[in-house]
Design a protein around this ligand. Structure first.
Ligand code: MV4
Length: 449
């Protein structure tokens, strides 16, 4: 087992990883930017190293600075968390060159799933259903229009280096193809330095249902059931839950089998997520794979009563998986609490938290790095806490979430708590009747002062 893990991240996930390390008797090293001096991950780690100024490019994304921190602290492994360097194959490669264990998949696995055309091609070969679309890269406008016509409008064009919604365009008619094609290519070139584009049939109002998988170094892959992440706004997830209210036992067997096959076909090592689009007829299609721990992992942890960070560390240390595919018999839901004003287009609201009281009680979990008197810096993402509730049924879980949201007090900044309170009262949400389009028409109503 590792003696000392450096956590190349900040915020709640850094704290989350430190907690598990302490329980496992592993020493921890925090790295931090000058904007994060007062952050809890710095205080709770055994050692902390300042790695630069607030800008991520000069701190949390700087490979030389992180490797220097590894060197001076003698850490033997790095946990990348999510975001930042978590899906950076070059970073994972540098770690292995230095003899430091990157807690996650191999550089080759990260690379394969990071290029979306390669990922899709790999899944086709493994027999995992994918959205009908172009056979690889589109060469030029003429080729694109021909493929789009064959598939049938509406189509969606995506950047092979993209993911998470970046560099996508929906095209409804042939006359709009050329414009969208040009824009998407320019955007992809500017954002990813790669203007490779592919085309898919556009699935209207799908659900986003993802499967948590776990693979060990000996070729065993299992799934830990699904999370429904359809409640999202501009590709930012706001609520995730397990089980999906749209799931059936039969569909879970089929999607679970596909998710395990997806992991097995690349000998996947570590925890990962297979994202699917599910249409109204319950057809499902592989969309992309995330080769990291995800923000919403506590939903799965609460339903199956299992520590996924511990699982990651054990797998990285070479331990075999002992469990089997898991089917849920409880319900868990996560609300992301962001420092944003839901009454003003979710505008960011950084600043000083004057008072902070987090909800407690049976079946309530809050993962956060903030506290009263903490100042939220404006440089990073706006998530300040995750409120996770667990109960026997979805109905009880929603009631518990309503109670917990009512108990949550954050003063000094605006948060998304009022959004979640309204969502929990929405009839369609309560009925499990929602798709990824749900928030497009959701009304917040008047702010109560
Ligand atoms: C799609 C799609 C419909 N049809 N692909 C969004 C994020 C990126 N991973 C891919 N995304 C989508 N791909 C086809 N062929 C609709 C989306 C999509 C979406 C997917 C999941 C969750 C929220 C979404 C919001 C808008 C669009």
């Amino acid at each position: 087992m590792f003696e000392k893990i450096l956590i190349a991240n900040r915020g709640e996930i850094a704290l989350r990883i430190i907690r598990t390390c302490r329980e496992m008797g592993i020493k921890t090293v925090a790295v931090y930017s000058t904007a994060d001096r007062e952050s809890l991950h710095v205080r709770f780690a055994d050692e902390a190293v300042c790695i630069g100024p607030p800008a991520s490019a000069d701190s949390y994304l700087s490979v030389p600075k992180i490797m220097a921190a590894v060197e001076i602290t003698n850490a033997d492994a790095i946990h990348p968390g999510y975001g930042f360097l978590a899906e950076n194959a070059a970073f994972a490669e540098v770690c292995s060159q230095y003899g430091i264990k990157f807690i996650g998949p191999t550089p080759a696995q990260i690379r394969k799933m990071g290029d979306k055309i390669t990922a899709k091609d790999t899944m086709i070969k493994a027999g995992v259903p994918v959205v009908p679309g172009s056979d690889g890269l589109i060469k030029d406008v003429k080729h694109g229009m021909k493929v789009a016509k064959e598939i049938g409008y509406p189509v969606i064009i995506k950047a092979t280096a993209g993911g998470g919604g970046k560099g996508m365009r929906i095209i409804w008619e042939a006359k709009d193809f050329e414009n969208n094609w040009n824009n998407a290519r320019q955007e992809a070139k500017a954002s990813f330095g790669n203007d490779g584009i592919y085309i898919e049939k556009y699935i209207e109002e799908p659900r986003h249902i993802e499967f948590q998988i776990v693979g060990d170094q000996y070729g065993k892959v299992i799934h830990l059931s699904e999370r429904d992440c359809s409640i999202q706004r501009r590709h930012q997830k706001l609520v995730e839950e397990c089980p999906s209210p749209f799931m059936t036992d039969e569909l879970r067997l089929k999607m679970g089998e596909a998710a395990v096959k997806a992991g097995q076909c690349i000998n996947y090592e570590g925890v990962g997520t297979i994202e699917f689009l599910v249409d109204k007829y319950r057809n499902f299609y592989f969309m992309e794979m995330n080769t990291r721990i995800q923000v919403e992992h506590p939903v799965t942890e609460e339903v199956i009563d299992h520590d996924l960070i511990k699982e990651q560390i054990k797998i990285a240390a070479g331990e075999p998986i002992t469990g089997e595919n898991y089917f849920p018999n409880a319900h868990a839901m996560e609300c992301r609490i962001n420092a944003e004003d839901p009454f003003n287009n979710f505008r960011p609201s950084p600043g000083k938290i004057v008072s902070f009281h987090s909800p407690k009680g049976h079946g309530v979990r809050v993962d956060t790095h903030v506290y009263a008197s903490y100042t939220i810096p404006p440089y990073y993402d706006s998530m300040i806490a995750k409120l996770i509730c667990r109960a026997r049924t979805r109905e009880e879980c929603i009631k518990k979430m309503e109670r917990a949201l009512d108990e949550f007090v954050v003063e000094g900044i605006k948060t998304t708590i009022p959004f979640h309170q309204r969502l929990m009262r929405d009839e369609n949400f309560r009925a499990g009747n929602f798709t990824t389009a749900f928030l497009n028409t959701f009304e917040m109503g008047e702010e109560q002062k």
